[in-house]
Ligand binder design. Structure first.
Ligand SMILES: [Zn+2]
Length: 416
């Protein structure tokens, strides 16, 4: 059951991602009516002589951003340029993630993470939690208090990491069951538990198999990393010689499904793309992280053309920013490097509606349309001609000074 809110009407400039195409409609002076359940009841142009005042002058309203890939226990090491993926994990990440055994530290970072999401206009995130159950529970509680929407997993590792970060398979799965019982589906499904093996190298076959069974038993979303870095790919091939390719490691353990979300997918082979598409799995495209760790350039246009669902991910802490507008700008640059441009309108769609689809929430969020939850943000923009949609989209995504996010609503309720 949802706590009811006072119905309200928002008036302002609206950017409305379409449901059927990767395009965005621009309404210069629109009204969004939100009912007591926090659901959008109506959207349309403000009539002549409309008495409703502009809700936040100088802003544009759009669906809240969806960050499809972000690591909670890496918040405080974002931006450390210590090397490429496997080196960076050893030198920078594991020591920081070990600190999350301390509940007080974890609580501080969880609050900080929520603040960063709200400041960036991110209303929904798919989060890699800590490998410590208590730290992951603390994050769920922080998300609950702030009113944000998220899917969160306990990051599963039982090998190839420092011992204090590893949790043996049976104990890890018991801890997951407890988190599922407490949080999965909480507040009318605002929070979800997500099965989150870190990646193939950090999990024994026993843990991967248990994770697959867990996801199947509770019909849970799944997230993990796939084909990020050539060294990683070679190590996976050596570790799992029976698998046809990297994705097959996950498929063999019940982890390649229509509820699966694979981070990166930079170097996939043709058979892997075929298998991913056939399974109906989705991709979290993390271009800023891919640049920063020198991982490579994901073929975004090809992926969209194949009909694979794609969202954008900050991948903090390998990504350097929580701003999905900056991530969209990185995705633009990456698409140019591949020689297959993906423009700002399509990128804004991916950062909102596309992310929602990738998380299996495309029928609930990501659109300003009747029947969708009122997850909206108001972003201040400065343009010479606000009626010029191209200039407005460029200002939103490519302006170097990130303009402040002025209001963040989840189900019509302000996230704080
Ligand atoms: Zn990641």
């Amino acid at each position: 059951m949802r706590k009811p809110i006072a119905p309200r009407t928002i008036r302002g400039r609206l950017l409305c991602p379409r449901v059927d195409t990767r395009t965005v409609d621009h309404l210069a002076d629109g009204l969004v009516e939100i009912d007591e359940q926090g659901v959008i009841a109506a959207v349309g142009p403000a009539p002549a002589g409309c008495a409703v005042p502009e809700t936040v002058p100088g802003t544009v309203w759009l669906p809240g951003f969806v960050d499809t890939h972000v690591h909670y226990p890496q918040l405080r090491v974002a931006g450390r340029s210590s090397g490429e993926l496997l080196t960076w994990l050893e030198r920078t990440v594991f020591a920081e993630e070990s600190r999350f055994a301390d509940k007080n530290y974890a609580t501080d970072v969880a609050a900080d993470l929520c603040r960063r999401f709200i400041a960036s206009g991110t209303t929904t995130a798919s989060i890699y939690g800590s490998s410590h159950p208590i730290a992951t529970a603390v994050l769920f509680a922080a998300l609950d208090r702030t009113g944000l929407r998220a899917q969160v997993g306990m990051t599963l590792m039982d090998r190839d990491a420092p011992p204090d970060l590893c949790l043996e398979a049976d104990a890890a799965l018991v801890a997951c069951e407890a988190l599922i019982a407490r949080w999965h589906g909480h507040d009318d499904d605002r929070l979800r538990f997500c099965v989150t093996p870190r990646f193939a190298l950090s999990c024994t076959p026993r843990l991967l198999e248990g994770a697959g069974r867990l996801a199947d038993r509770h019909d849970l979303p799944i997230q993990t990393h796939l084909s990020e870095n050539p060294g990683e790919i070679a190590a996976v091939a050596a570790r799992f010689p029976e698998a046809a390719h990297y994705l097959d490691v996950y498929a063999r353990h019940g982890l390649c499904t229509e509820r699966s979300l694979f981070g990166h997918c930079i170097h996939l082979s043709e058979p892997e793309w075929g298998a991913l598409h056939a399974a109906g799995a989705a991709v979290a495209h993390c271009p800023d992280s891919n640049f920063f760790l020198g991982s490579g350039v994901m073929p975004l246009r090809d992926t969209l053309t194949r009909g694979v669902r794609v969202g954008l991910g900050s991948d903090v802490g390998a990504g350097r920013t929580f701003s999905m507008r900056h991530i969209a700008a990185s995705a633009y640059d990456a698409s140019l490097l591949r020689g297959a441009r993906v423009g700002p309108e399509e990128l804004l769609w991916l950062a909102t509606a596309g992310g929602a689809n990738a998380l299996g929430l495309g029928d609930r969020i990501g659109h300003l349309a009747p029947g969708y939850d009122a997850d909206l943000v108001a972003v201040q923009v400065q343009v010479s001609d606000p009626a010029d949609t191209a200039e407005l989209l460029d200002a939103l995504l490519f302006s170097h000074a990130t303009e402040p996010v002025r209001n963040v609503l989840v189900r019509g309720r302000r996230a704080v």
